[in-house]
Write a protein that binds this ligand. Sequence first.
Ligand code: DER
Length: 221
Amino acid sequence: MNEKAAVGERAAEEYIKDGMVVGLGTGSTVYYTIVKIADMIKNGLTISGVATSVQTENLAKSLGIPLLDLNTVQKIDIAIDGADEIDPQFCAIKGGGGALLREKLIAKHAEKFIVVVDSHKIVQQLGGFPLPVEVVPFGAKLTEKAIQKFGCKTVFREKEGKAFVTDNGNYIIDCYFSRMEKPKELAMALNGIPGVVENGLFINMVHHVITVDKKDKVIVL
Ligand code: DER
């Protein structure tokens, strides 16, 4: 079974209604949601999208999904996105694709935030996946030192041998924690460091998770 396709498409079928403003996530799982939405538009659905990355913006445009500038939007009815890890309390780590800042902004302002993940993303405790932290380039090495004080190994993300730069012109530091005891407190503390723009911990934001159970059945949690 292609779990990504199954959960991605289910999200579109389950939640997307005529007239909605839809937050379009970033990544290989929500890709299937976006393709399904385009298909539904071809069959008469009317929605507008707000994209969480340039990558998603290009994908949506290529599929004929109408997009709005986020600053012209009064309300986001629903946002659908993937995640790198999510625990039973629906705390998630996102940012594997480097889009966490725009994803978190849109998720926060959406009336409903849906996460689509294949089964191996469901974990009992966060931290197996490194936590992405977006930092401004100015003083980034000093910001990294401040982040390390939280007990993690840090690696500046690279792409094709050069520093990875986000859609917002910032760097990503991937933070490896042996155990992530208190994600909520960690998220707040990290954002208190001057130079940190945002982190990939999505706490108390997820309304529903669509995944696959042990019997290969798509379920909505
Ligand atoms: O970068 C992100 O936050 C993505 O949503 C990521 O977390 C999920 O990407 P995937 O669906 O390709 O695994």
